[in-house]
Design a protein around this ligand. Structure first.
Ligand code: ATP
Ligand code: MG
Length: 322
């Protein structure tokens, strides 16, 4: 059984005068100890999908349907208490701008103690401190950060505190949503190396949302490519990056002259995302796709298996299928 299985997940933001279809028919399986990179240009629904899994979307203005099975249990059906019991120990997320995760009026260490005691109410301060110091090493922070207030930290330090916090309870599923993007390249790769070694030892599964395909290439076994709220292609990183099947994936990778090169954004495909509040017939990428045919403009392609490899899937009429 997959650790996380998304079945036909749809997410809509309900606005005054329109509905924004931020994720549509997303189906994806994530196995235990997988590391999967989710890529796609800005606005393609990556953060929305991650927030839906963690049940962090503002309830009042969002509509989520489909199934989000974690260990076979549908997270969308859990009560708030049941969901809270999974936070930190099972499901943990770090966003790019995670400042808001910490209160400005308490020292960093005290706040980490509070989070630790959510699951271990009787833990001794010394025990927690040791745990936090160990995690500070993982994210390359000095012990003195424990006694600092959030406003005394730089943005990068704050980001590293948030990553340490997310690891406090050895989560089984860790979601990093552009969590290391703003850090300098050396710090980023050092932290990711440390996290990868923790994963091996502690059985952590990682979802990594990033604009940087080179980071996926070096740290993720699998990759999922999103466009306009849809999953376009997913599979083993080595398969997809070497021989991308979907014209969108191909275009995306062309905008990366070299995976090892400097940080790059996902640009380079002419055109822009469609208006997600409109019904889009056929393939959402058809208006920008150099290979689009009449069928592409009218019939929505389903995810098909590529080359008989079970976990390599692509949603494109051009691709042969089984
Ligand atoms: P980025 O790479 O810029 O982080 P993303 O892939 O994470 O982009 P999302 O932030 O999930 O994309 O946004 C998907 C779509 O949902 C976009 O059209 C966005 O405008 C819309 N959206 C996101 N948050 C809200 C919100 N709170 N209210 C209304 N629409 C939203
Ligand atoms: Mg995002």
């Amino acid at each position: 059984m997959a650790l996380l299985e998304l079945k036909n997940v749809n997410v809509r933001y309900i606005m005054k005068d329109k509905k924004v279809h931020a994720c549509q028919h997303v189906s994806l399986e994530i196995e235990e100890q997988d590391s999967i990179g989710i890529v796609g240009e800005s606005g393609s629904g990556k953060s929305t999908l991650a927030s839906a899994v963690l049940r962090l979307l503002p309830q009042r203005i969002t509509q989520v349907d489909g199934e989000i099975l974690y260990n076979g249990k549908d997270l969308l059906k859990l009560t708030k208490d049941e969901m809270d019991a999974l936070r930190w120990t099972d499901l943990s997320i770090v966003f790019q701008k995670s400042m808001s995760a910490l209160s400005p009026v308490h020292k960093v260490g005290a706040q980490m103690e509070d989070v630790y005691r959510v699951h271990f109410p009787n833990a001794e301060k010394e025990e927690i401190k040791q745990r936090v110091y160990d995690l500070f090493k993982v994210v390359n922070l000095s012990d003195r950060v424990y006694e600092l207030y959030p406003h005394e930290l730089s943005g990068g330090m704050m980001q590293r505190v948030s990553i340490a916090l997310s690891l406090l309870h050895n989560p089984r599923l860790l979601v990093l949503d552009e969590a290391t993007t703003a850090l300098d390249v050396v710090t980023q790769s050092q932290i990711l190396r440390e996290i990868m070694s923790l994963e091996q030892n502690l059985n952590v599964t990682r979802i990594m949302i990033t604009h940087d395909v080179s980071v996926v290439a070096s740290t993720c076994k699998k990759i999922a490519v999103m466009y306009a709220g849809r999953l376009m292609e997913s599979g083993e990183t080595k398969d997809v990056l070497v021989n991308p099947q979907h014209p969108y994936t191909q275009g995306l990778l062309k905008s990366f002259p070299s995976f090892k090169g400097a940080k790059n954004d996902l640009r380079g495909i002419p055109g822009s995302l469609p208006d997600l509040s409109q019904e889009i017939p056929g393939c959402v990428f058809a208006p920008r796709c150099p290979f689009a045919t009449e069928k592409c403009r009218t019939v929505e392609p389903e995810l098909k298996t590529v080359n008989g490899k079970g976990n390599w899937k692509v949603a494109c009429h051009k691709v042969g299928g089984e």
